[in-house]
Structure formats: C-alpha cells, structure tokens
Design a protein around this ligand. Structure first.
Ligand SMILES: NC(=O)c1ccc[n+]([C@@H]2O[C@H](COP(=O)([O-])OP(=O)(O)OC[C@H]3O[C@@H](n4cnc5c(N)ncnc54)[C@H](OP(=O)(O)O)[C@@H]3O)[C@@H](O)[C@H]2O)c1
Length: 285
C-alpha cells in the first residue's frame, strides 16, 4: 500500500488522482497527524505500507516567519517520524522539499549538492526536515520541487485568475525567477519512479517542469490562458513587501533525476495549458 500523508492538500490530491484507489491510504490531517508517533502506529496497524508519500506540510511562509516554532513539528518531527517508521517497516519514504532552501545568489540552476542558505523560516525548517529524514536511514528520497500549480488546493494560478477576474490591472513580481511545476506532472513522474527506487537509497533530487520564468511571466501566461484581458504589470520585489524573504533566483537543475529515472519532463507552459483545462473541467463537475 502507498500511504499519502497530507492527502487533502494540493499535491496530496494530485497523487490520489494518479494512483488506483485500492493501492492507497489517503488520510486527512484529522485522521493521521504525522507529528504523533502513536497516531502513525495506530493508523497503520495491520496494514503493509510499501511507500510513504509525505505531502503533509505547512507552506504558509508568511505565517511561519512570525511564528516558526509552531511549524517545527510538521516540518521536522513529523517527517522524522515517517522516516523512522519507513525504516523499521521496510518502506520507502518520498519526502517533498522546496527551492526556498537556497539563497538565490546563483545565476545558474541549483544542483542537489550546492550549499543551501535559506532566507526564510519556511526554507530553514524545510532544510532541517530534509536533514531529519536523511539521518533516519532506510530508503529515503527528498524531492525538492518549486512553484507548484494545480487544479487542486490553493495555488498561484488560481489566485492570479481570481485577481484578474476582479481587476483591469494586476501587478506581479518580475525579479524572482524560478522553475514552475505542475503538481499533476510531479505526481505522474513520482509514480513512474516508484518501481525503480533501490532499497537503501538516500538521495536528494530536484524535480520541476522544464523552463524558467518569473512570477510575472507565469501570471501573464495564466491570464492569457484563461482568455482574460487584464493587464499584467511587472513590479520589483520591494514593491510587494512580504515578511518571508524569497530567493531572487531558485531555478533547479533536474539533470540528476532525469538521468537516474529516465524521466521525460515537459515545458511548464504546456503543463500550464493542461492545468487550466483541468481547472475549468473541475469547476464544471
Ligand atoms: N505548493 C508549492 O508551491 C510548493 C513548492 C515547493 C515545495 N512544496 C512542498 O510540497 C509539499 C506539498 O505541498 P502542498 O502544496 O501540497 O501543501 P498544502 O496544499 O498546504 O498541503 C499540505 C497538507 O498537509 C496537511 N497537514 C498539515 N499539518 C499536518 C500534520 N501535522 N499531519 C498531517 N497532515 C498535515 C495540511 O492540512 P491543513 O491544510 O488542514 O493544515 C494540508 O492538507 C510540501 O512539502 C511543500 O513544502 C510545495
């Protein structure tokens, strides 16, 4: 069985769409809080877990900046619980992390072994979560992804659409550049990787769609993709002050994962077109 933790979140819901229902356990936070070892033991009792896809997280960077302590448990202790459980029960843990572990001072795509330097509490906690799961031993893949968009959950694409529907003009940051990733593609790729994961593997991988853009570019394509006439205006980071500092450059180099798992990644703009169709379809249901 595949256990999807945080299954009601953006990425969790994508996994639920991409794996047959009889192969998954997809508890809500209320059914399985990953920070509780007892709940984990109780929920999995009598079930053979082969893989854990840890999608449980707090990714509200602004809130975390004000109160990082509140998110320690879900970002570090919970992932460690899952890694130890996986190790003790012969399962593999796939844990998701972020491009925000980097400081953004590079101007070439970040490789897995590049030094980290998180600028925000969110980035720091995610980095500590990476270390915690890798230290636990067993079979662990840390997948750093970035800028997720999806038909499910709260994301940039739906936020931009909603703002563009209400305004003649929207202002979007152009001096933060990264690698967008359609969570539907991410789920598909991870499912494709599962049979290829070797027991005892402990690795970090970078995985997003191909292509590089700014939030402004992504907003521009989103507005066009929904057929809206809203003007998208590029602004600097300082014109949209936020508590959590984001890296100016956080493009991820995917060479390692493409090589090790023979993945064919597509450009984010093609994925965005599919995601927009999916959003419209989901609304019609
Ligand atoms: N979204 C992005 O742009 C992005 C970018 C880079 C990396 N990532 C990483 O990708 C992973 C998935 O993110 P996502 O976008 O799917 O996040 P999400 O939509 O916020 O989903 C996270 C889910 O985890 C649940 N959760 C929170 N605390 C929990 C706990 N203690 N036990 C069990 N479940 C808990 C949340 O429930 P509540 O909502 O009820 O709290 C929510 O359903 C995270 O590790 C994130 O850091 C995301």
């Amino acid at each position: 069985m595949i256990l999807i933790t945080g299954a009601k979140g953006l990425l969790g819901q994508e996994f639920v769409q991409h794996i047959p229902a009889n192969q998954i356990l997809s508890p809500s936070k209320e059914e399985l809080d990953i920070t509780s070892r007892q709940e984990l033991q109780h929920y999995t009792k009598g079930k053979k877990i082969d893989v854990i896809l840890n999608c449980a997280a707090n990714r509200n960077a602004e809130q975390m900046e004000m109160d990082p302590g509140q998110s320690r448990a879900v970002s570090i202790d919970g992932p460690r619980n899952l890694a130890e459980f996986a190790r003790d029960n012969g399962a593999a843990l796939i844990h998701f992390s972020t491009d925000y572990v980097f400081d953004g001072k590079s101007n070439i795509p970040y490789k897995e072994q590049d030094p980290t330097g998180p600028l925000s509490a969110y980035g720091q906690l995610k980095r500590q979560g990476e270390e915690a799961v890798l230290e636990a031993g067993g079979t662990v893949l840390v997948i750093r992804t970035a800028w997720l968009f999806s038909a499910y959950g709260k994301d940039f694409v739906k936020t931009i659409r909603s703002l563009a529907q209400k305004n003649k003009e929207i202002r979007v940051i152009f001096d933060q550049v990264g690698s967008p990733c359609y969570a539907g593609d991410l789920a598909r790729w991870v499912v494709e990787m599962l049979p290829q994961i070797k027991s005892g593997t402990r690795e970090i991988y970078h995985l997003t769609n191909e292509g590089v853009c700014s939030w402004y570019d992504l907003a521009y394509l989103t507005v066009k993709g929904f057929g809206l006439a809203t003007q998208v205006v590029p602004i600097h980071t300082h014109e949209y002050p936020q508590k959590a500092i984001r890296p100016h450059y956080s493009v991820l180099d995917k060479s390692k994962i493409k090589r090790d798992f023979n993945l064919q990644l597509r450009h984010y703009s093609d994925a965005l077109t599919e995601c927009i169709k999916q959003i419209i379809l989901t609304e019609k249901k």
